[in-house]
Design a binder for this molecule. Sequence first.
Ligand SMILES: [Fe+2]
Ligand SMILES: [Fe+2]
Length: 316
Amino acid sequence: MSEDFIISEEGKKLEEFEQRIKSGDIIEPKDWMPERYRKQLIRMMSQHAHSEYVGMLPEGNWITRAPSLRRKMILLAKVQDEAGHGLYIYSAAETLGAERGELYQQLLNGTAKYSSIFNYPTLSWADMGVIGWFVDGAAIVNQTMLAKCSYGPYARAMVRICKEENFHKKQGYEIVGTLANGTLRQKEMIQDAVNRWWWQSLMMFGPPDKDSPNSAELMRWKVKLKSNDELRQRFVDLTVPQAEAVNLTLPDPDLKFDEKTGHWDYGKINWDEFWNVVKGNGPMNKERIRARREAHENGTWVREAAIAYSAKHKRG
Ligand SMILES: [Fe+2]
Ligand SMILES: [Fe+2]
Protein backbone atom coordinates (compact mmCIF):
# COMPACT_ATOMS: atom_id res chain seq x y z
CA MET A 1 0.00 0.00 0.00
CA SER A 2 1.51 3.35 -0.96
CA GLU A 3 2.06 6.06 1.58
CA ASP A 4 -0.10 8.45 -0.48
CA PHE A 5 -2.98 6.04 -0.20
CA ILE A 6 -2.63 5.80 3.59
CA ILE A 7 -2.48 9.58 3.91
CA SER A 8 -5.57 10.07 1.77
CA GLU A 9 -7.42 7.38 3.76
CA GLU A 10 -6.58 9.23 6.98
CA GLY A 11 -7.66 12.50 5.39
CA LYS A 12 -10.97 10.99 4.39
CA LYS A 13 -11.57 9.68 7.90
CA LEU A 14 -10.75 13.07 9.36
CA GLU A 15 -13.17 14.74 6.97
CA GLU A 16 -15.92 12.30 7.91
CA PHE A 17 -15.16 12.82 11.59
CA GLU A 18 -15.37 16.61 11.29
CA GLN A 19 -18.60 16.23 9.35
CA ARG A 20 -20.06 14.11 12.15
CA ILE A 21 -19.04 16.71 14.73
CA LYS A 22 -20.58 19.48 12.63
CA SER A 23 -23.90 17.66 12.36
CA GLY A 24 -24.01 17.23 16.15
CA ASP A 25 -23.17 13.51 16.32
CA ILE A 26 -21.85 12.16 19.60
CA ILE A 27 -18.52 10.32 19.36
CA GLU A 28 -18.38 6.99 21.20
CA PRO A 29 -15.26 5.07 22.39
CA LYS A 30 -15.11 2.62 19.45
CA ASP A 31 -15.64 5.28 16.76
CA TRP A 32 -12.70 6.49 14.70
CA MET A 33 -11.24 9.73 16.04
CA PRO A 34 -8.11 11.74 15.28
CA GLU A 35 -5.24 10.96 17.63
CA ARG A 36 -5.14 14.62 18.61
CA TYR A 37 -8.82 14.57 19.67
CA ARG A 38 -8.11 11.52 21.85
CA LYS A 39 -5.01 13.12 23.38
CA GLN A 40 -6.66 16.46 24.06
CA LEU A 41 -9.61 14.73 25.71
CA ILE A 42 -7.38 12.57 27.91
CA ARG A 43 -5.46 15.70 28.96
CA MET A 44 -8.63 17.63 29.79
CA MET A 45 -10.40 14.74 31.49
CA SER A 46 -7.41 13.76 33.60
CA GLN A 47 -6.93 17.37 34.72
CA HIS A 48 -10.61 17.46 35.57
CA ALA A 49 -10.51 14.17 37.51
CA HIS A 50 -7.39 15.28 39.40
CA SER A 51 -9.16 18.53 40.31
CA GLU A 52 -12.07 16.62 41.82
CA TYR A 53 -9.62 14.52 43.85
CA VAL A 54 -7.39 17.33 45.06
CA GLY A 55 -10.53 19.42 45.61
CA MET A 56 -11.47 17.16 48.51
CA LEU A 57 -8.54 18.43 50.57
CA PRO A 58 -9.39 22.09 51.33
CA GLU A 59 -12.89 21.17 52.51
CA GLY A 60 -11.95 17.85 54.11
CA ASN A 61 -9.85 20.03 56.37
CA TRP A 62 -13.06 21.40 57.98
CA ILE A 63 -15.13 18.23 58.46
CA THR A 64 -14.04 17.74 62.07
CA ARG A 65 -14.61 21.43 62.83
CA ALA A 66 -18.06 21.90 61.27
CA PRO A 67 -20.22 23.96 63.66
CA SER A 68 -23.10 21.44 63.94
CA LEU A 69 -23.88 17.82 63.21
CA ARG A 70 -26.08 18.90 60.29
CA ARG A 71 -23.27 20.90 58.71
CA LYS A 72 -20.84 18.04 59.33
CA MET A 73 -23.09 15.51 57.58
CA ILE A 74 -23.61 17.81 54.60
CA LEU A 75 -19.91 18.60 54.22
CA LEU A 76 -18.96 14.94 54.55
CA ALA A 77 -21.45 14.01 51.81
CA LYS A 78 -20.18 16.81 49.59
CA VAL A 79 -16.54 15.77 49.92
CA GLN A 80 -17.52 12.16 49.18
CA ASP A 81 -19.36 13.36 46.06
CA GLU A 82 -16.13 14.95 44.83
CA ALA A 83 -14.33 11.60 45.16
CA GLY A 84 -17.16 10.07 43.11
CA HIS A 85 -16.76 12.77 40.44
CA GLY A 86 -13.07 11.91 40.19
CA LEU A 87 -13.95 8.24 39.74
CA TYR A 88 -16.56 8.86 37.00
CA ILE A 89 -14.12 10.99 35.05
CA TYR A 90 -11.16 8.61 35.44
CA SER A 91 -13.48 5.85 34.15
CA ALA A 92 -14.55 8.02 31.22
CA ALA A 93 -10.86 8.68 30.41
CA GLU A 94 -10.23 4.92 30.41
CA THR A 95 -12.66 4.55 27.49
CA LEU A 96 -10.06 6.47 25.44
CA GLY A 97 -7.35 3.94 26.27
CA ALA A 98 -5.83 5.89 29.16
CA GLU A 99 -4.61 3.87 32.10
CA ARG A 100 -5.93 5.10 35.44
CA GLY A 101 -2.82 4.16 37.42
CA GLU A 102 -0.68 6.08 34.96
CA LEU A 103 -2.88 9.18 35.11
CA TYR A 104 -2.77 9.06 38.87
CA GLN A 105 1.02 8.74 38.87
CA GLN A 106 1.21 11.90 36.73
CA LEU A 107 -0.71 13.75 39.44
CA LEU A 108 1.54 12.41 42.18
CA ASN A 109 4.80 13.18 40.36
CA GLY A 110 3.66 16.68 39.46
CA THR A 111 3.55 16.29 35.67
CA ALA A 112 -0.27 16.60 35.45
CA LYS A 113 -2.13 19.75 36.36
CA TYR A 114 -5.26 20.29 38.42
CA SER A 115 -7.33 23.39 39.10
CA SER A 116 -5.18 26.06 40.76
CA ILE A 117 -7.99 27.16 43.05
CA PHE A 118 -7.22 24.21 45.32
CA ASN A 119 -3.74 25.55 46.02
CA TYR A 120 -5.17 28.15 48.39
CA PRO A 121 -5.78 27.47 52.09
CA THR A 122 -9.19 27.32 53.80
CA LEU A 123 -8.76 29.68 56.75
CA SER A 124 -12.22 29.84 58.31
CA TRP A 125 -15.58 28.08 58.33
CA ALA A 126 -16.87 30.86 56.07
CA ASP A 127 -14.61 29.44 53.34
CA MET A 128 -16.87 26.35 53.22
CA GLY A 129 -19.76 28.61 52.25
CA VAL A 130 -17.83 30.62 49.69
CA ILE A 131 -16.21 27.57 48.08
CA GLY A 132 -19.65 25.98 47.56
CA TRP A 133 -21.03 29.24 46.19
CA PHE A 134 -18.10 30.31 43.96
CA VAL A 135 -16.04 27.21 43.22
CA ASP A 136 -18.90 24.76 42.76
CA GLY A 137 -20.83 27.58 41.05
CA ALA A 138 -17.99 28.04 38.56
CA ALA A 139 -17.78 24.27 38.11
CA ILE A 140 -21.49 24.19 37.20
CA VAL A 141 -21.02 26.85 34.50
CA ASN A 142 -18.11 24.90 33.02
CA GLN A 143 -19.63 21.45 33.38
CA THR A 144 -23.08 22.36 32.03
CA MET A 145 -21.25 23.15 28.81
CA LEU A 146 -19.24 19.90 28.97
CA ALA A 147 -22.48 17.91 29.40
CA LYS A 148 -23.15 18.83 25.76
CA CYS A 149 -19.65 18.07 24.48
CA SER A 150 -19.00 15.77 21.52
CA TYR A 151 -17.51 12.83 23.45
CA GLY A 152 -20.30 10.61 24.82
CA PRO A 153 -18.77 9.15 28.00
CA TYR A 154 -17.54 12.57 29.17
CA ALA A 155 -20.84 14.28 28.40
CA ARG A 156 -22.86 11.62 30.24
CA ALA A 157 -20.60 11.74 33.32
CA MET A 158 -21.21 15.51 33.42
CA VAL A 159 -25.00 15.17 33.54
CA ARG A 160 -24.92 13.40 36.88
CA ILE A 161 -22.04 15.45 38.22
CA CYS A 162 -23.90 18.70 37.47
CA LYS A 163 -26.88 17.53 39.52
CA GLU A 164 -24.61 16.97 42.49
CA GLU A 165 -22.78 20.27 41.93
CA ASN A 166 -26.11 22.07 42.20
CA PHE A 167 -26.54 20.62 45.67
CA HIS A 168 -22.97 21.67 46.52
CA LYS A 169 -23.62 25.20 45.42
CA LYS A 170 -26.87 25.43 47.38
CA GLN A 171 -25.30 24.16 50.59
CA GLY A 172 -22.51 26.73 50.17
CA TYR A 173 -24.87 29.60 49.47
CA GLU A 174 -26.97 28.60 52.48
CA ILE A 175 -23.91 28.89 54.73
CA VAL A 176 -23.13 32.25 53.10
CA GLY A 177 -26.68 33.53 53.72
CA THR A 178 -26.66 32.36 57.33
CA LEU A 179 -23.36 34.10 58.11
CA ALA A 180 -24.30 37.23 56.14
CA ASN A 181 -27.42 37.56 58.31
CA GLY A 182 -25.58 36.70 61.51
CA THR A 183 -23.59 38.66 64.07
CA LEU A 184 -21.13 41.39 63.10
CA ARG A 185 -18.23 38.96 63.47
CA GLN A 186 -19.93 36.42 61.24
CA LYS A 187 -20.56 39.11 58.62
CA GLU A 188 -16.91 40.12 58.70
CA MET A 189 -15.85 36.50 58.43
CA ILE A 190 -17.97 35.85 55.34
CA GLN A 191 -16.93 39.10 53.65
CA ASP A 192 -13.29 38.21 54.26
CA ALA A 193 -13.82 34.80 52.63
CA VAL A 194 -15.52 36.46 49.63
CA ASN A 195 -12.56 38.83 49.29
CA ARG A 196 -10.07 35.98 49.34
CA TRP A 197 -11.87 33.66 46.86
CA TRP A 198 -13.44 35.96 44.25
CA TRP A 199 -10.50 36.58 41.91
CA GLN A 200 -9.25 33.02 42.20
CA SER A 201 -12.70 31.80 41.15
CA LEU A 202 -12.57 33.96 38.01
CA MET A 203 -9.20 32.39 37.21
CA MET A 204 -10.80 28.93 37.31
CA PHE A 205 -12.03 29.41 33.74
CA GLY A 206 -8.45 29.52 32.51
CA PRO A 207 -6.41 32.17 30.70
CA PRO A 208 -8.06 34.77 28.46
CA ASP A 209 -9.02 33.50 25.00
CA LYS A 210 -6.14 35.32 23.34
CA ASP A 211 -3.65 33.34 25.52
CA SER A 212 -5.41 30.00 25.30
CA PRO A 213 -3.73 28.11 22.45
CA ASN A 214 -5.85 24.92 22.59
CA SER A 215 -9.21 26.64 22.66
CA ALA A 216 -9.92 27.08 18.92
CA GLU A 217 -9.30 23.42 18.12
CA LEU A 218 -11.29 22.20 21.12
CA MET A 219 -14.19 24.37 20.05
CA ARG A 220 -14.05 23.19 16.45
CA TRP A 221 -14.32 19.61 17.72
CA LYS A 222 -17.04 20.63 20.19
CA VAL A 223 -15.07 19.40 23.17
CA LYS A 224 -15.67 22.93 24.39
CA LEU A 225 -18.75 24.81 23.24
CA LYS A 226 -17.87 28.15 24.79
CA SER A 227 -14.59 29.98 25.28
CA ASN A 228 -12.92 30.69 28.64
CA ASP A 229 -13.93 34.35 28.52
CA GLU A 230 -17.55 33.56 27.62
CA LEU A 231 -17.83 31.13 30.54
CA ARG A 232 -16.17 33.59 32.92
CA GLN A 233 -18.64 36.30 31.87
CA ARG A 234 -21.58 33.94 32.47
CA PHE A 235 -20.28 33.20 35.98
CA VAL A 236 -19.88 36.91 36.79
CA ASP A 237 -23.39 37.69 35.45
CA LEU A 238 -24.91 34.93 37.59
CA THR A 239 -22.97 35.74 40.76
CA VAL A 240 -23.25 39.53 41.06
CA PRO A 241 -27.02 39.48 41.80
CA GLN A 242 -26.48 36.61 44.27
CA ALA A 243 -23.94 38.74 46.16
CA GLU A 244 -26.36 41.66 46.20
CA ALA A 245 -29.14 39.44 47.56
CA VAL A 246 -27.09 38.69 50.69
CA ASN A 247 -25.57 42.19 50.98
CA LEU A 248 -22.00 41.13 50.32
CA THR A 249 -19.52 43.15 48.28
CA LEU A 250 -17.46 41.53 45.54
CA PRO A 251 -13.92 42.93 45.83
CA ASP A 252 -13.82 44.65 42.43
CA PRO A 253 -14.35 48.43 42.20
CA ASP A 254 -14.69 48.12 38.41
CA LEU A 255 -17.78 45.88 38.47
CA LYS A 256 -20.38 47.73 36.43
CA PHE A 257 -23.50 46.69 34.57
CA ASP A 258 -23.31 47.51 30.88
CA GLU A 259 -26.83 48.34 29.65
CA LYS A 260 -25.79 47.90 26.03
CA THR A 261 -24.36 44.39 26.30
CA GLY A 262 -26.51 43.24 29.22
CA HIS A 263 -23.37 41.97 30.99
CA TRP A 264 -21.39 42.92 34.08
CA ASP A 265 -17.99 44.40 33.25
CA TYR A 266 -15.23 43.43 35.65
CA GLY A 267 -11.72 44.60 36.50
CA LYS A 268 -8.34 43.26 35.50
CA ILE A 269 -7.42 39.75 36.59
CA ASN A 270 -3.90 39.26 37.94
CA TRP A 271 -2.68 36.62 35.51
CA ASP A 272 0.85 36.77 36.90
CA GLU A 273 -0.50 35.32 40.11
CA PHE A 274 -2.36 32.62 38.18
CA TRP A 275 0.74 31.50 36.25
CA ASN A 276 2.82 31.58 39.40
CA VAL A 277 0.43 29.16 41.11
CA VAL A 278 0.23 26.96 38.00
CA LYS A 279 4.03 26.72 38.12
CA GLY A 280 3.80 25.28 41.61
CA ASN A 281 4.40 28.37 43.74
CA GLY A 282 0.95 28.78 45.30
CA PRO A 283 0.56 28.73 49.07
CA MET A 284 -0.59 25.09 49.20
CA ASN A 285 0.82 23.34 46.07
CA LYS A 286 3.37 21.26 47.95
CA GLU A 287 1.02 20.39 50.79
CA ARG A 288 -1.72 19.19 48.40
CA ILE A 289 0.61 16.80 46.58
CA ARG A 290 2.12 15.62 49.86
CA ALA A 291 -1.38 14.79 51.18
CA ARG A 292 -2.36 12.92 47.99
CA ARG A 293 0.89 10.93 48.03
CA GLU A 294 0.36 10.00 51.64
CA ALA A 295 -3.23 8.90 50.94
CA HIS A 296 -2.00 6.83 47.99
CA GLU A 297 0.65 5.09 50.10
CA ASN A 298 -1.80 4.48 52.93
CA GLY A 299 -4.19 2.93 50.43
CA THR A 300 -1.69 0.40 49.09
CA TRP A 301 -3.09 -2.45 51.19
CA VAL A 302 -6.62 -1.70 49.96
CA ARG A 303 -5.54 -1.91 46.29
CA GLU A 304 -3.57 -5.10 46.97
CA ALA A 305 -6.53 -6.67 48.77
CA ALA A 306 -8.88 -5.74 45.90
CA ILE A 307 -6.52 -7.31 43.33
CA ALA A 308 -6.15 -10.49 45.45
CA TYR A 309 -9.93 -10.68 45.91
CA SER A 310 -10.62 -10.37 42.20
CA ALA A 311 -7.90 -12.94 41.35
CA LYS A 312 -9.46 -15.38 43.84
CA HIS A 313 -12.87 -14.93 42.21
CA LYS A 314 -11.44 -15.51 38.75
CA ARG A 315 -10.02 -18.83 39.95
CA GLY A 316 -13.57 -19.66 41.01
FE1 LIG B 1 -17.19 17.98 41.69
FE1 LIG C 1 -18.67 20.06 43.88
